[in-house]
Design a protein around this ligand. Structure first.
Ligand SMILES: Nc1ncnc2c1ncn2[C@@H]1O[C@H](COP(=O)(O)OP(=O)(O)OP(=O)(O)O)[C@@H](O)[C@H]1O
Length: 224
């Protein structure tokens, strides 16, 4: 069984005169260490698929297993713990908390289990060192450049050594040079940790560097 095993995922939302079908058929299988790009036109369901893989949304039909577990059969509190341990999220807009320092932001994934301990702080500091932000750990996100904020977001996503890294347009707000450096860093860290990476992107340079390429068209996912 592959580590990530998504089979015939579909998602629809109720609307006034029936239902809106956003995802019709998405099947995706990835082993640890593998990466996939999800490309497709705006509104084709890419973010919806990513939300299901990240267990933030439940599919209407289909099955999903990650690391041998079936997350959608867990209770809500168990699912929240599963998600914080197994999935790291990187968004286009970094989603860092503006009132917290970079170090505090990197520790946010520990909050699902209560407070962060001294070993967590040590790991967060090592990660910040690894992403080149050691000197910036007590700064607020507003004091960082766009590329530095994305480095902090990558460190946060990796803190719990998740099985799955999900990235939604991770280079969307960056210039080409900064974007290339962020992709380099992301792929290096993914390889070091043997994690799965799934990235939704309109960026051809990013998609070209991932192993699998899938296109979503009108809610149907096809491997190319
Ligand atoms: N909670 C919701 N309720 C109703 N419709 C929704 C909901 N979430 C998404 N949709 C609709 O589902 C469709 C697909 O949205 P989604 O954000 O997954 O597309 P996308 O491919 O990621 O688009 P983009 O590239 O523009 O971000 C859109 O028409 C959107 O309006």
């Amino acid at each position: 069984m592959p580590t990530l095993n998504a089979s015939s995922l579909a998602k629809s939302y109720p609307i006034a005169d029936g239902e809106l079908v956003v995802l019709r058929e998405a099947t995706l299988q990835l082993e640890r260490g593998e990466s996939a790009a999800i490309v497709g036109p705006s509104g084709s369901g890419k973010s919806t698929l990513l939300s299901i893989l990240g267990t933030l949304e439940t599919p209407s039909t289909g099955t999903y297993e990650l690391g041998g577990a079936a997350p959608f059969s867990l209770s809500e509190p168990e699912l929240a713990k599963f998600r914080s341990r197994q999935v790291g999220f990187i968004f286009q807009d970094h989603h860092l908390l503006p009132q917290c320092s970079v170090l505090e932001n990197v520790l946010v994934p520990m909050l699902a289990d209560g407070a962060a301990g001294s070993a967590d702080v040590e790991r967060a500091e090592q990660l910040l060192d690894r992403v080149g932000l050691a000197e910036r750990r007590h700064h607020r996100p507003a004091q960082l450049s766009g590329g530095e904020r994305q480095r902090a977001a990558i460190a946060r996503a990796l803190l719990r050594e998740p099985t799955l890294l999900l990235a939604d347009e991770p280079t969307g707000n960056l210039d080409r040079h900064t974007a290339d450096a962020i992709v380099d860093l992301l792929l290096e860290l993914q390889a070091e940790r043997n994690a799965i990476l799934v990235a939704v992107t309109h960026s051809e340079p990013l998609a070209a560097r991932l192993q699998q390429r899938h296109t979503l068209n009108d809610g149907r996912l096809e491997r190319q």
